[in-house]
Ligand binder design. Structure first.
Ligand SMILES: C[S@@+](CC[C@H](N)C(=O)[O-])C[C@H]1O[C@@H](n2cnc3c(N)ncnc32)[C@H](O)[C@@H]1O
Length: 213
């Protein structure tokens, strides 16, 4: 049965298609996202789209998709993309665990997961997105030699992530302090909104790049 949300942004998303879509709107586009573009890049947990939109502006030859399960974030992102009249980016309201419903195997060139919620309490950890299961799902949707980039502020989650990587991915770069010794705060999209916040609090950024083998 279709879940009907009372969230006002759920209704607003309907008014800003195709910049914002619901998962249900996407099934028939499976396998066709890239179109005439040279590559398909997907940011998971894009929040209000700051990074995805800046990338889309700089790279018109790439098609970008931002995914988030917060209605308001997706609406805000789509609103910005529409104002800028961008034709190479859309935002999808959905849970990242069901990406297999909207992408065909080997459809995506690059996935980005920046600052996934760490769900710190032991009782909440089952909600974490980056597990061996999701690494396997992402590998199945990524082209051979496609990439996955991860950043987090959270030491313990980073350690669990490192343990969870299946052999469908090869780590090409890994660091526990991406911006060691930084003097000037980098701007978006070189860093994300959350990354700026963590950097100003002197929290080292843990990061990893992987390639799909
Ligand atoms: C900590 S914020 C980071 C936002 C942004 N990536 C940044 O670095 O500024 C995490 C974002 O991921 C989204 N998110 C968390 N888990 C998700 C999931 N399973 N599926 C879709 N979005 C998710 C949240 O709604 C939130 O916008």
């Amino acid at each position: 049965m279709l879940h009907v949300s009372n969230n006002i942004y759920a209704a607003k998303i309907q008014t800003i298609k195709p910049y914002a879509l619901e998962e249900l709107d996407c099934y028939e586009r499976m396998g066709n996202w890239q179109g005439d573009h040279k590559a398909l890049h997907v940011e998971i947990g894009c929040n209000a789209g700051h990074v995805t939109i800046a990338w889309a502006e700089k790279n018109p030859h790439i098609f970008f998709i931002g995914i988030d399960y917060k209605y308001k974030a997706i609406y805000r992102a789509a609103e910005k993309a529409k104002k800028k009249n961008l034709s190479n980016v859309i935002f999808i309201h959905m849970h990242a665990n069901t990406l297999e419903k909207i992408f065909k195997p080997s459809e995506v060139d690059a996935f980005f997961v920046f600052f996934p919620d760490p769900w710190e309490k032991k009782s909440q950890r089952k909600n974490r997105f980056l597990t061996t299961t999701s690494f396997q799902m992402l590998a199945s949707l990524t082209k051979k030699n496609g990439t996955l980039s991860i950043k987090t502020d959270h030491d313990e989650y980073f350690a669990r992530i490192c343990e969870a990587i299946p052999d469908t991915w090869r780590v090409t770069h890994q660091t526990k302090d991406l911006h060691a010794g930084w003097l000037k705060l980098p701007s978006i999209p070189d860093v994300t909104l959350f990354e700026q916040l963590f950097m100003t609090r002197a929290i080292p950024i843990k990061a990893m790049d992987l390639v799909c083998v």
